[in-house]
Every structure is written in structure tokens, then in C-alpha cells.
Design a protein around this ligand. Structure first.
Ligand code: UDP
Ligand code: MG
Length: 342
């Protein structure tokens, strides 16, 4: 539509009062200098600190700043979902609020999307030395596992700093919302993509809003969204256990027959605890999938919007879009391209 901005920059924010002034200070001149129309769409993910008040104050003399506030803390991915649903731009960039992803790279994203015929530009970290050893190692494990599960080359070390075109936004919005993990869903969709390398900085202020349980949640959602392989783990462990118990029986009989049987306390305790642990693990795995089915059968929204500075607060996005009502993305490949005189 005519009054829609060309670029939407989506920023999920949770308790970011410390970094917010620095973020705006750096972002404002940068976005103004891009030479295209834009909206800076901050999704306040139910912050408990002064983030909301600071946002509303800043919006007063920055018309392009749009504040969407979720009713409760719904998580980073849900906040991105809200941003994707509400963004109006032809291009949508997602970026963290903590300035770990340098906003200057947005200009490179735009250049890449204009020069190459792609729909996704991933920001790929070329250096993670600013992250702790534990974070780097767990991240490496995570990406290796995800590449296998998604069955596609997901760009290594690409997190949630990227640009996508309207085609991708519409395709993502047409997917069911449950436990969506953007960094996997977007490569999985398979749109043509490019990469821009950048150096990830330290968090500019404040502390991480991704605690251990949120990280674990992301990892579980990532796996259960794409693969049922863990369920089959139970079968393999069962087979292995069966083979081992065969050996055990033979061994026990031999010992018995040679008259060297000893009180079998240790072996009993070991066997019981190992089998018990394996059974619990398998039950837990089953539980993860049952929980996922349960949640999607409840059909509850991942987030609810409490406020949108653009108005229309009460409008809630439909739970599940019907893809048939969407324009097929390939209908007009040039449609998403911006005018070439830019
Ligand atoms: N965030 C959010 N909701 C949450 C947790 C985080 O919107 O429940 C936002 C946070 O404000 C930040 C981004 O997600 O803009 C990434 O979080 P953070 O930088 O704390 O994660 P890290 O870089 O430490 O993995
Ligand atoms: Mg961060």
C-alpha cells in the first residue's frame, strides 16, 4: 500500500531500559540516513522495567518509531512473530536491542538484496570471541545438530539478525505459530539467500535476557519442531539394552555354574539405576512431543498484543492463517523488488 514504509526494523525488547537510550542514539541517524521510508517496530515483550515508558516517550518525537506491546513476556521468538505479523515494510530486518548486532550492517543487507536476486540476507557472525566459551561451545553443538535436523545448510552462526522480503514474511505468517523458531524456519522455507558477515560485539549495556531455561526451551523447540528422531532413540536404547542383558544372563549363568557367585548388590543397583535413567529419559522425550501436540491442540496464541502505537490494539492476528488465502509467493517475482532508482 502507498503509505507503507519500505523497511520495517523489528526489535524484540525485554527489560532493556539500560541499553535502550544507546540503541536509539545509534539507530536514529542510521535509519534516517538510509534514504528509504522505514518504521522501527519495537516489540516490548512484557517488560517489567521502564522500557515501555521510555519507548512511549521516545515515540513522541520520532514518528517512525512504532511501539507494539505484548500483554505478557512471551519470549524472543514469539516477539519476533508479533513483529512479523504487524510489520508493514517490503523488507523486514530483525535485530536485537543490545547492539551486539551492529545496525550499520542493515545498509549492507539492503545492498545485498538489491544487487542479488535473493529474498533472505543472513547476518553471519564471523567472530564469536565476544561470547563466553560455554556459549560458543553450546552454539556450535546447536548449529551442527540443527543442520542435520532441518536437512538443509542452515548458515552457521546466523542468529536472528537478518533481512527478509515481503514474500518471506507472508510465507512465515502463513505457517502455524506454535513454537516457531525463526532461525530454522526461514532456512527451511528455502528462499534464495545471501550472507553478510559481521563481527558480533559485546552487549552494549544490561545483562542477557536469555537465561538457561529460555535457552533450553529454544533448543527443545528447535528439535521437536523438525524431527521425531529422538523418539526413535528409545527403540535403539531398548535394542542395546536387550543385547547387553543377553550377555549379562550368559555371564551370570557361567558364574553361577562355576560356583563363584557373589552377593550381587553392585550389579543390581547399577542395572536398576541405568535402566531407570534410560526409561525416564525416554518418557521425558515422549513428554516433549506430547506437550507440543497438547499445546497445538489448545490453539492458544503464542502472544497477545496489548498496545500498538499505530492504533488497532484490539486486533489480534488469526491463530492459523489459511495459506490458500495467501497470494502464491511466486506469482510476481518482481513485486517485492523496490524501485531500481534507489
Ligand atoms: N528478548 C525478548 N524476550 C525474552 C528474552 C529476550 O524479547 O524473553 C529480547 C532481548 O531484549 C534482546 C533479544 O531478545 O533484544 C536477544 O536477547 P539477549 O541479547 O538477552 O540474548 P543473548 O544475546 O544473550 O543470547
Ligand atoms: Mg544479546
Amino acid at each position: 500500500m502507498r503509505d507503507h514504509p519500505e523497511l520495517s526494523v523489528v526489535v524484540p525488547m525485554y527489560d532493556e531500559e539500560e541499553v535502550l537510550p544507546i540503541f536509539f542514539e545509534r539507530m536514529h541517524p542510521l535509519l534516517d540516513g538510509l534514504g528509504i521510508t522505514y518504521e522501527l517496530l519495537v516489540v516490548d515483550d512484557g517488560s517489567r522495567d521502564k522500557t515501555a515508558a521510555l519507548l512511549l516517550a521516545a515515540a513522541e518525537d520520532w514518528p517512525q518509531l512504532r511501539v507494539v506491546r505484548l500483554l505478557r513476556n512471551s519470549g524472543h521468538q514469539a516477539a519476533q512473530s508479533a513483529g512479523f505479523r504487524r510489520a508493514r515494510g517490503q523488507y523486514v530486518v530483525t535485530i536485537d536491542a543490545d547492539l551486539q548486532d551492529p545496525p550499520e550492517v542493515i545498509a549492507e543487507f539492503l545492498q545485498a538484496v538489491n544487487e542479488q536476486d535473493v529474498d533472505v540476507v543472513y547476518g553471519v557472525r564471523s567472530d564469536r570471541s565476544s561470547d563466553s566459551w560455554a556459549k560458543r561451545t553450546s552454539a556450535r553443538l546447536y548449529y551442527r545438530l540443527m543442520c542435520r535436523l532441518v536437512g538443509k545448510d542452515i548458515p552457521f552462526d546466523a542468529a536472528d539478525f537478518r533481512l527478509v522480503t515481503r514474500r518471506v514474511v507472508d510465507a512465515v505468517n502463513a505457517l502455524p505459530d506454535d513454537g516457531r523458531v525463526f532461525r530454522l524456519v526461514i532456512p527451511w522455507l528455502g528462499f534464495p539467500s545471501a550472507e553478510v558477515r559481521y563481527v558480533r560485539a559485546e552487549r552494549a549495556a544490561g545483562t542477557t535476557k536469555y537465561n538457561f531455561s529460555k535457552m533450553l526451551r529454544l533448543a527443545f523447540d528447535s528439535v521437536t519442531a523438525f524431527s521425531a528422531a529422538p523418539l526413535r532413540l528409545a527403540t535403539w536404547l531398548g535394542l542395546l539394552g536387550g543385547a547387553m542383558s543377553g550377555l549379562f544372563v550368559v555371564g551370570a549363568l557361567v558364574i553361577k555354574l562355576t560356583g563363584r557367585s557373589i552377593p550381587g548388590w553392585t550389579s543390581t543397583v547399577l542395572a536398576v539405576s541405568v535402566i531407570g535413567a534410560i526409561q525416564l529419559l525416554c518418557l521425558g522425550l515422549l513428554g516433549e512431543y506430547v506437550a507440543r501436540l497438547f499445546q497445538s491442540s489448545q490453539r492458544r496464541p503464542q502472544f497477545l498484543v496489548g498496545y500498538d502505537s499505530l492504533g488497532d490494539h484490539g486486533h489480534q492476528e488469526p491463530l492459523h492463517h489459511n495459506p490458500q488465502h495467501q497470494d502464491p509467493p511466486q506469482q510476481n517475482p518482481q513485486q517485492h523488488k523496490a524501485p531500481s532508482d534507489r
